[in-house]
Design a binder for this molecule. Structure first.
Ligand code: UD1
Ligand code: UDP
Length: 360
């Protein structure tokens, strides 16, 4: 394949979900470079994943860091444009819905001779208050290649008037990443003994702005999870994202009974936690998908999801943060049969993405 690719990435989920595509490039000898925006920079959200997933060190690190949406996105656009001017790739690949995705898409799409591919296209929460919803809509409408994970997301793109010939349904690259790593996690991870967890635990992640940036909602979320888990004698382990950690201390929230805060986990440890947990509580997009793939029931602590497939197959309940709703969902999900189908493909998404680009 003569095409040269540039991956623009910047946050934990992008590193994880693009890792199978980067690896597929290495296998096929596709010429590529990596541009890291620096949106995530703490080791625990960034370099640990490059090391554990055996990814090459980024060719360009823009070190943009944290900031308001405008400053962060604007700085990224300026810096990415200058990288693209000097490297002139034929295709820029972005994944998901973060500010790094928006910046990579805008910078690349206006440059002559550069096309943009959006991996995980067509997801919609229909909630325009979420920054991620704005980012994913704009990225889809500016990209040249659209890689929706499912038929549902493909239909959404068509409904919004995007041309059929730009769209390839590939499944989600997270299936590739889980398949490539779950056995290694079982062999190598010591996380259960390190965190002193027995069989009866639940896993919690919560970091989205709409949950943790609001004091009452964040407190309510934690109390609801604690109450529901205590009812079933489940301990709860909460690997805490820095955004949530910052808000906890700013708001002076005390962690309720039964919830154990731990540092963000490396990917293999986190996969094992997801696999072994009786139930997962989350507001993360990637965690909804992974728990569905791993046959672990999921309770989504949000008012909507852009992953309706997880709900349709019976793997996920979207319940918000009110105590009665969370408790009811836990009762239901602890007794369901774990035999739903995986709606996110067969683990060949990365190969299909490269095939589609090559076939152009
Ligand atoms: C971003 C994405 C979100 C995604 C999440 C993945 C946007 C708008 N949001 O949210 O969709 O789910 O990444 O984890 O792009 N911080 C650190 N170290 C870091 C990075 C951030 O301490 O390496 C702290 C800073 O206090 C920062 C805060 O986290 O202000 C928020 O970081 P930011 O990148 O703005 O958004 P995320 O919450 O990480
Ligand atoms: N993850 C991880 N360690 C953690 C929490 C999450 O490795 O402590 C991984 C998880 O396996 C998933 C990804 O991070 O692949 C999800 O990222 P995040 O929840 O930050 O973002 P979102 O998916 O909500 O955009």
């Amino acid at each position: 394949m003569p095409t040269t690719l540039n991956f623009v990435l910047g946050t934990r989920p992008e590193i994880i979900k693009l890792s199978p595509v980067i690896r597929a490039c290495q296998r096929r000898d596709v010429s590529f470079s990596l541009t890291h925006t620096g949106q995530h920079y703490s080791d625990e959200l960034d370099s640990v994943f490059f090391e554990q997933l055996d990814l090459p060190i980024p060719d360009h690190n823009l070190a943009v860091g944290s900031g308001s949406h405008g400053r962060q996105t604007g700085e990224m656009i300026t810096e990415i444009e200058s990288v693209l001017q000097s490297t002139r790739p034929e295709v820029v690949l972005v994944q998901g819905d973060t500010n790094s995705v928006l910046a990579g898409t805008i910078a690349a799409t206006k440059m002559d001779g550069i096309e943009v591919g959006h991996v995980e296209a067509g997801l919609r929460s229909f909630d325009r208050d979420m920054p991620e919803e704005i980012n994913r809509r704009l990225a889809d409408h500016a990209a040249d290649y659209l890689f929706p994970p499912t038929e549902t997301s493909r239909d959404q793109l068509l409904q919004e008037g995007l041309p059929e010939e730009w769209i390839t349904v590939t499944g989600n690259t997270i299936v590739d990443a889980v398949q490539q790593n779950v056995e290694i996690a079982h062999e190598e991870s010591r996380v259960l003994s390190e965190l002193e967890l027995d069989e009866e635990f639940a896993l919690l992640t919560a970091h989205r702005a709409e949950n943790v940036d609001n004091r009452d909602r964040f407190r309510n979320l934690l109390n609801s999870v604690s109450k529901a888990a205590t009812e079933h004698d489940l301990s709860v382990v909460y690997p805490i994202h820095p955004r949530a950690a910052k808000r906890l201390s700013e708001f002076g929230i005390n962690i309720p009974e039964g919830i154990k805060l731990v540092d963000p986990q490396e990917f293999l440890d986190f996969l094992l936690l997801e696999d072994k947990a009786r139930i997962v509580f989350t507001d993360s997009g990637g965690v909804q998908e992974e728990s569905c793939i791993l046959q672990t029931p999921c309770i989504t602590l949000r008012d909507n999801t852009e992953r309706p497939e997880t709900v349709e197959v019976g793997a996920n309940r979207v319940v918000g943060v009110q105590p009665d709703d969370v408790a009811r969902a836990v009762r239901e999900m602890l007794t369901i049969e774990r035999n739903w189908e995986n709606p996110f493909g067969d683990g060949t998404a990365a190969e299909q993405i490269l095939d589609a680009i090559e076939n152009e």
